[in-house]
Design a protein. Structure first.
Length: 94
């Protein structure tokens, strides 16, 4: 089963200052069936540099680690337009 991971879950696997969140996030990350998207990589960089005060070198290491373990979905214009259409049809926010 594929599992999609958003920014917060991934970020907390690199933050031991909040042990409960760290533990939960670490247990959720399965490995070979992990999926995320390019947008999350950008958001993660922002969180790691701002909130967690990681160096840019460390952020690059994290991104390399994530991209080696996760399947990364690229968000294209076509994908975004489909998401907007689904949002309109099913009344979901996007």
């Amino acid at each position: 089963m594929k599992k999609f991971f958003d920014t917060n879950i991934i970020a907390y696997t690199y933050d031991t200052a909040e042990p409960e969140k760290y533990e939960i996030a670490s247990e959720l990350l399965p490995g070979s069936f992990a999926v995320t998207r390019t947008q999350v990589l950008g958001e993660l960089s922002n969180v790691l540099s701002g909130k967690f005060k990681f160096s840019w070198s460390s952020i690059k290491d994290v991104l390399r680690e994530i991209t080696s373990k996760f399947k990364i979905h690229v968000i294209t214009t076509s994908t975004t337009l489909k998401a907007v259409s689904l949002s309109e049809r099913y009344k979901y926010s996007y």
